[in-house]
Design a protein around this ligand. Structure first.
Ligand SMILES: NC(=O)c1ccc[n+]([C@@H]2O[C@H](COP(=O)([O-])OP(=O)(O)OC[C@H]3O[C@@H](n4cnc5c(N)ncnc54)[C@H](OP(=O)(O)O)[C@@H]3O)[C@@H](O)[C@H]2O)c1
Length: 299
């Protein structure tokens, strides 16, 4: 594991614009705190989502364009830092197979997105008594994924249907688990989350994509949303639909998930917004129920 050294992280600090006072906070290494302009933490259990979007709401550019998040963020190092920090806080990173397919060569670790803070992310995980990296969990109905994808490492889990499991069985690298939740192929996302909770994973980060997150939101399973607003307008057309962060799910206006702003930071013209999602099925436990080793510390 990399060890922190004396050099500062080469990224100008975020500017904290607003933050509610009731946020749980982890014991962040000083250099992470300095750059992030404050602390961060999560109660357990919780599910939090992270997306980068253009100002007009585009989060993906279509199947021909791999790794659209980097393009949409303008390759923002500040966005990559936040991605790394959010991963460093999580037991699990949960993805839909579409995001895995569109991210060749990626690894869902804190250090992969922001290597300059690898040592500090590792130190944070040591303090939280988390494993070296969050485990990757991919949801697929049909199992049509690249079994040699670099993100699938020992400990990763593919949650799928019986059909998907038959397709993947005996093809995955050693240590990658195939977990069938049975028929039908379109899995209940509530059962997916329950299955991860059954493994003891309290703090779940989902990095999407829009299809999976739409279902998680419809199931009232997302506690918080981290949204990076990138200072660009990308537009869309019938030939390039360019979904927003919820796709294949439409909410009635009267019952749409309501968000309340927990914090806002800026880095240049990028905005980093943290929202609480109201009416979530699994409210975070009261502090007394958080395991002592992962308990938030006082600010
Ligand atoms: N800008 C950002 O921050 C951001 C974040 C995340 C993703 N993205 C982009 O979004 C795009 C992918 O979007 P997407 O909506 O297609 O992807 P997605 O939600 O990641 O994946 C959709 C796929 O996940 C599986 N899936 C989802 N829900 C399921 C369920 N209930 N049961 C079984 N399988 C389920 C299915 O896989 P199978 O087809 O294998 O059955 C489905 O086709 C990519 O370009 C990605 O890079 C952008």
């Amino acid at each position: 594991m990399p060890q922190p050294d004396d050099s500062a992280i080469d990224l100008a600090p975020f500017e904290l614009l607003t933050e509610t006072a009731d946020q749980p906070v982890y014991d962040l290494p000083t250099r992470l705190r300095d750059v992030y302009a404050g602390a961060i933490g999560f109660e357990s259990p919780c599910v939090y989502a992270n997306f980068v979007s253009s100002v007009d709401g585009v989060v993906t550019l279509g199947p021909e364009q791999s790794s659209p998040g980097s393009l949409i963020s303008g390759n923002s190092r500040a966005d990559r830092f936040v991605m790394g920090l959010l991963r460093a806080c999580a037991d699990t990173v949960l993805l839909g197979a579409g995001t895995l397919r569109d991210s060749p060569g990626h690894r869902w670790t804190p250090a992969h997105v922001f290597p300059d803070a690898a040592a500090e992310f590792a130190e944070l995980r040591r303090r939280l008594k988390r494993t070296e990296s969050p485990r990757l969990v991919v949801v697929t109905a049909g199992g049509d994924i690249d079994v040699l994808h670099s993100g699938l490492v020992p400990g990763s889990v593919i949650v799928t249907s019986d059909v998907g499991a038959r397709h993947l069985m005996h093809r995955l690298p050693a240590g990658v688990e195939v977990r069938s939740l049975g028929e039908p192929p379109n899995l209940s996302v509530q059962r997916v989350v329950e299955s991860l909770r059954g493994d003891g994973d309290g703090v779940i980060l989902t990095e999407g994509g829009p299809t999976l997150v739409g279902q998680l939101l419809r199931g009232h399973l997302v506690n918080e949303l981290f949204l990076t607003l990138s200072p660009v307008l990308l537009g869309r057309s019938s030939s390039e639909p360019r979904p927003g962060l919820v796709d294949a799910t439409a909410f009635a206006v009267a019952s749409a998930p309501a968000l309340s702003l927990s914090s806002a930071r800026r880095h240049g013209s990028h905005l980093f917004l943290r929202y609480a999602v109201e009416g979530t099925r699994w409210p975070a436990s009261p502090p007394s129920a958080v395991p002592p080793e992962a308990a938030p510390v006082a600010r």
